[in-house]
Ligand binder design. Sequence first.
Ligand code: KG4
Ligand code: ZN
Length: 364
Amino acid sequence: MTDSKTPAPGPVLGIESSCDETGVAVYEPGRGLLAHALYSQIALHAEYGGVVPELASRDHVRKLLPLLRQTLADAELKVSDLAAVAYTAGPGLIGALLVGASVARSLAWALEVPAIAIHHMEGHLLAPLLEEPAPGTEPLAPPFVALLVSGGHSMLVAVDKIGSYAILGDTLDDAAGEAFDKTAKLMGLPYPGGPALARIAETGNPKAFRFSRPMTDRPGLDFSFSGLKTQVLLAWRDSDHAESTKANIARGFEEAIVETLAIKCRRALARTGYKRLVVSGGVGANKRLRAQLAAAGQQEGFQTYFPRLAFCTDNGAMIALAGSIRLAAGQTTGPEIRVLPRWDLQSLAGLETGDSGLGRAVPA
Ligand code: KG4
Ligand code: ZN
C-alpha cells in the first residue's frame, strides 16, 4: 500500500478509528507529541456488552471532525500547517476504519500532502517511543521483542528494525483482552471487562483459586486462553457467588494470564537474545502485568518499555507517531481510500535505514 515520495518534515496528524475509540493527535519529529484527543464509545456499547460495529461507525462520523478541530486548536496549528495525514487502515472493523480513512485521505488530498496508511498493531508497537526513557534507561531502539496484547491480538513480535516484524507467537483462540472481557462478562462485571476485572482482583486472595498457565508446559511461544475462561466458568458456577469469591476468582484469573504472558516473554527474549521488551496494547495497561515484567527485567537483565496507561489502549498519538516515522522514510500511500480489516503485520515494508527519523521526542 505504499509508494515513495520525498518527505516534507512537519507536524503529522494521526487518526485512529479501528474499533470503539476515536483518537486524533499531532506528532512532529524533533518536537514530539503536540496534542492528542480521544473519545471513547464505551458508554454507547455498554448496554450491549460488546462493540456494535454499525453504532461504532456512526459515532466515529459524529466525533471525528470535532476532535480534529480540538486537536489542532490545542496544538496551536492551522490545518494548512500539516505535513501529512496518517490513519489506521487496519486491522479492525471495516465501517469504523472507513470513517477514519475517508476523512484522512480526503484531508490529505485537499491539502496536497501525503497520506500514510498505518497498521494498528504497528501503532501499538511503537507507542513506547512517545515516552521519555526512564532515568538511567537507554532510549528504545531495535532490536527488541514486543508483547502486543489487546482485545483482538496476543502476539510476540521480534523487531530487528522498525517496520520489519517477525511474529514469534500468536494466540490460537481468544486474545488476552478478549479472555479478560469474556471472563468478566460471565461473572456479571460491566463492559469492558478487562479494567473491571483488574479492579476487583485488587481485593482478591491470590491463593484462593489457582488456574492453569495454558501452553507453558511445552515449548513454543503461542498462546491459548479459551480453556482458562472455561475453568473460570466452572469455578464461578460452583461457587457461592459472594463478592469476595468473585474477587478471588478474578485475582486467580489475572495471576494466570499475567504469569503465562511473563513466561512467554522470557522465552521470546531467550530465543532472540534481545535485551529489550516492549509491552503494549490495552492489556498492557494491566498494572500487575507491568509490575511483574518490570521486576523480571530488573532481576534477569532486560529492559522493559511501556507506554503510559492512556497510550496502551487505542489512541491517535501512536498513529501520528507511526505516520511520522513512515513519512521520514518516504513511505506514503496512494490516492485510493482502502482499508484492510485483516492485515498481516509481517507484510509491512521495513525502513531501509533503521533510523526512526524522530529526533528527540518530547512528550506532551
Ligand atoms: O488496544 P485496545 O484498546 O483495543 C484493541 O485494539 O483491541 O485493547 C482493549 C482491550 C480490552 O479487551 C480491554 O478489556 C483490555 O484491553 N484492557 C485490560 C485493561 N485495560 C484494558 N485488560 C486487563 N487489564 C486492564 N487494566
Ligand atoms: Zn488496539
